[in-house]
Write a protein that binds this ligand. Sequence first.
Ligand code: SAH
Length: 392
Amino acid sequence: MANAQRPAVVISARGEQRIRGGHPWIYRADVVDVSATGGDIVDVIGPRQRTIGSALFSDRSQISLRMLTTGDHALADEALLRSRVEHAIRFRESLALDATAYRLVHGEADLLPSLVVDRYGDYLAVQALSQGMDRLLPAITLIFLDLLQPKGILARNDPKVRALEGLPQSVDVLHGEIPDSIVVREGPVAYDVNLRTGQKTGLFLDQRENREAAARYARGRLLDCFSYNGGFALRLARTCPQAEALDISADAVERIRANAVRNDVPHLQAREVNVFDELRRLERAGERYDTIVLDPPAFAKNKASIANAMAGYKEINLRAMRLLNPGGYLVTCSCSYNVNEEMFAAVIHEASIDSHTPMTIVEKRMQGRDHPVLVAVPETYYLKCFILRRVE
Ligand code: SAH
């Protein structure tokens, strides 16, 4: 039964069904009655007045409720938060990752909805992406200070989704000091990261294991497309005597060059170009490669852009296949959660047919293990990475 003292939200039968199906979100359309303010931890009440669990409530977002607990006596409090953070940290420790930068908390998958915490050596970058988590941030900060004693904690609260929650977009130091440049290691590669301005929280941590996997195949002449600060290129250039990295951002290209020097792969060349144009130019020029990486930004940011995104993925994959020598490898990725694995596989199939290059799939991979997928939310399997081989 509802507890009169506590904030509560009543949901519809359809909403209740979703929660029973394991989905952690309730949309606004399934909210029937609200006695709470935005950011509260609320009791979630079913249509028959039964308490279904507790959740973070947002009065602005389409996602009104993010479940914290289910069951009628499972109250969400600070002790629960602390134990979830502890479990999240212990899980990452158990992975024995060969890196000093990795994700410590991956939101819903760690039962800490809308919270992201990334570790960069002695520093933490956090994102609170809902009203409720934003309000809990001081408590979360204290928990991390107590458990990990970081030298600094930075809130990278600048993602656009914060605007949907009616929250300000800002970057704030929550604890200690955050230097402009932090050096972290991922396998044999050292990166210089700026936590304040880097994409995401600084690096694309979710590709760590795919870079390592790709390194098992990489050889000959390498082309790393959409390289950012050289994620794949720096790792693969160690086994590729010729290596080129492409990115449209001047800033990114500058970082690739600095990272190439730092990592002792001076043969890695970086070019500031549009990959779509450059792949066509390389094809016309008759260039050939033995290893190509395609790691574009999410082309399908929403459902409306899926058709264009599919065309974009097909275009770059088709061109890359044509640029490959027989026996060469294509490491191709999509991080659009709106394009699922089946759709991505269909694009690869079409690109192979249209480019007249027989391709085999050697490995199908996803985001790194520190970014696990919540099975009840298929969209949390957002990063697809196929390693393909051109047969002849
Ligand atoms: N591969 C990187 C992450 C890539 S993020 C890693 O492993 O860390 C996507 C990158 O694509 C960004 O750096 C962005 O600047 C770049 N980009 C976006 N559109 C582009 C285009 N049309 N041509 C070249 N680069 C592009």
